[in-house]
Write a protein that binds this ligand. Structure first.
Ligand SMILES: Cc1cc2nc3c(=O)[nH]c(=O)nc-3n(C[C@H](O)[C@H](O)[C@H](O)COP(=O)(O)O)c2cc1C
Length: 170
């Protein structure tokens, strides 16, 4: 069984980040969860949204060891789609009956795949993922970034991402 899964949080499935994901994962058989297709609402202190798609999606994600968070840089941060998803991880900290399940995140490897119109993802972007992984007891994995200043131009990238995909099946 594949040990990795991608969570894609972009405003468009076939934009730069989606294409970057498809390129990197080509032929790997790694599943991509597109957050746009799911009904996941923002964190609610009253947990009235407990029946939306977040928890059944997490049940699936928790079967994997490598969780790849793929998000464009929007305003120096992760996308709103991804932020809503990450915020919902707080359900695991605040609903007693979910705490045990949330602990299953411990030891899993969190990876980040980003695009922007800059050479590097801002520290404000990468740190938010890094600190989230550390807080949750996850192991920080690979962070890879593609500059899409001229759109997604695969041939223009002289970066080699082979190691990234090889690491996914460790
Ligand atoms: C709402 C929004 C905010 C953005 N903010 C930034 C930014 O802060 N820094 C940056 O380098 N690029 C920024 N960009 C450019 C995107 O990161 C870049 O075009 C990215 O590749 C888009 O990926 P997508 O097609 O998956 O949305 C922004 C784009 C949008 C739509």
């Amino acid at each position: 069984m594949n040990r990795s899964i991608v969570i894609l949080g972009s405003a468009r499935r076939n934009g730069n980040t989606g294409k970057f994901v498809d390129w990197i994962l080509a032929d790997s058989g790694i599943e991509v969860i597109d957050l746009n297709e799911l009904d996941i609402s923002p964190f609610d202190y009253g947990h009235h949204n407990i029946e939306d798609d977040f928890h059944q999606t997490m049940d699936h994600i928790l079967k994997y060891e490598n969780i790849i968070f793929a998000s464009p840089v929007y305003w120096f941060s992760m996308s709103a789609q991804m932020k809503v998803f990450v915020d919902r991880l707080s359900d695991f900290l605040s609903v007693d009956s979910l705490k045990e399940k949330g602990r299953k995140l411990r030891g899993k490897r969190g990876h980040v795949l980003s695009t922007s119109i800059s050479e590097h993802a801002d520290a404000s972007y990468t740190d938010s993922f890094l600190n989230t992984f550390i807080y949750l007891g996850m192991k920080p994995g690979s962070f890879i970034h593609l500059n899409c200043k001229n759109g997604f131009v695969q041939e223009a990238s002289n970066k080699n991402f082979t190691d990234f995909i090889n690491n996914m099946n460790d």
